[in-house]
Design a protein around this ligand. Structure first.
Ligand SMILES: [Zn+2]
Length: 65
């Protein structure tokens, strides 16, 4: 069973704090979701550490790794 986890991130474009629901099954994946405030595409990166804690990293679409 998958439990969605709520995380708070800051938009890389406008800096607004946004609440997002993260699906642990997305771990290791990268996906794009538009900012609720400025509507720009935020790249989400979901990772899970060895303790099973969920982390989400965001970056703007144009920045390199
Ligand atoms: Zn934004």
């Amino acid at each position: 069973m998958t439990q969605l986890e709520e995380q708070s991130i800051s938009c890389p474009y406008c800096g607004e704090a946004i609440e997002v629901l993260i699906d642990p099954q997305d771990a290791g994946d990268e996906y794009i979701e538009d900012c609720q405030v400025c509507c720009k595409p935020i790249v989400f990166n979901v990772t899970v550490d060895s303790m099973g804690s969920l982390y989400v990293f965001v970056r703007d679409e144009n920045s390199a790794y």
